[in-house]
Design a protein around this ligand. Structure first.
Ligand SMILES: [Zn+2]
Length: 305
């Protein structure tokens, strides 16, 4: 069961080895009483592997009660329509603004993914539409749900995406932060790096990090790709990191350095953890591409100011 990691008493991580990369797309599986919850599900290309792992874990149509989506980017939700064909009774909790894109992914989601991600979107594959009946749309900035005795509190955390939610598993105070608190890469000596693709909204992003800090989480469950203690320190460290990136990218632009790879070199000089991913081997191709995309987010942000 090399792809399935048991992280906490009732939490597993299912590494889908998308594009043969480990530590890239790895949804969490939570057991609540006799029910299961999936936290994000990965892109369409990962669904056969996800279904195989769910079967190993004893997850079936009757006990997979919920899918909690942090946001609808393809690496988190692209496989939803495909998976739900075999799990017709599972309910999906998602930000109201994500709903139209799940129901009709071809209108905006697929094209914008191709524009932003290029070959990575093709590799993820084109999502299948999702039936509206499966979706529970969160209308407010917060939301609570109790699943078989396990309590979850949701908190809107825009920045990375305008429709992003994080949620805290209250008994263990684990904050599932999706992509709103960066990516954490154990395979690169515990590198914490930004996830700020265009259109990144930095002021909302920082507000979201501060809002999460107020919930006093003990651990963070990063969508990419680990659960770590010292949540408070990591969230604060990430705020500093975002500010240092902004400073560095705006210095680059002032000096006439606008090419992403050249900016990556400059960032590597001030942020050693991001530097580790920028200089990583091909094994981290998808994550590296995402980090280069984070530079693009800052370039747009600064040019718009
Ligand atoms: Zn992601």
């Amino acid at each position: 069961m090399e792809n399935i990691r048991h992280l906490e008493e009732n939490i597993w991580q299912l590494d889908l080895k998308v594009d043969n990369e480990t530590e890239f797309v790895a949804p969490y599986l939570i057991k609540a009483g006799n029910s299961f919850i999936l936290v994000d599900i990965g892109p369409k290309v990962g669904i056969p592997e996800l279904e195989r792992q769910l079967q190993i874990m004893g997850v079936n149509q009757r006990n997979l009660k919920f899918i909690f989506l942090t946001h609808i980017h393809l690496d988190h939700s692209g496989g939803l329509g495909t998976l739900l064909k075999n799990f017709p009774d599972t309910e999906v909790i998602v930000h109201r603004r994500g709903v139209p894109h799940l129901i009709d992914p071809y209108k905006v989601l697929w094209q914008s993914s191709l524009d932003t991600l290029g070959w990575v979107a093709e590799m993820y594959q084109k999502p299948d539409p999702v039936s509206e009946d499966c979706l529970i749309a969160i209308q407010d900035k917060t939301f609570e749900i109790n699943v078989d005795g396990l309590e979850f509190q949701w908190i809107e955390t825009p920045g990375h995406a305008s429709h992003h939610f994080s949620f805290m598993m209250m008994d263990k105070k684990i904050m599932f932060s999706g992509d709103s608190a960066g990516m954490f890469i154990p395979g690169l000596n515990d590198a914490l790096v930004p996830t700020t693709p265009h259109p990144y909204r930095m002021s909302s992003g920082i507000e979201s990090l501060n809002a999460m800090i107020e919930y006093k989480p003990e651990k963070i469950a990063y969508a990419h790709h680990a659960i770590r203690p010292n949540a408070d320190l990591l969230l604060k460290k990430h705020i500093d990191q975002l500010e240092s990136w902004k400073l560095c990218v705006s210095d680059c632009l002032k000096k006439g350095i606008s090419e992403e790879e050249a900016i990556a070199k400059e960032i590597s000089g001030v942020d050693l953890e991001s530097g580790r991913l920028f200089s990583a081997s091909e094994d981290f191709g998808g994550l590296r591409k995402a980090l280069v995309g984070s530079i693009t987010g800052f370039v747009h942000l600064i040019n718009q100011e």
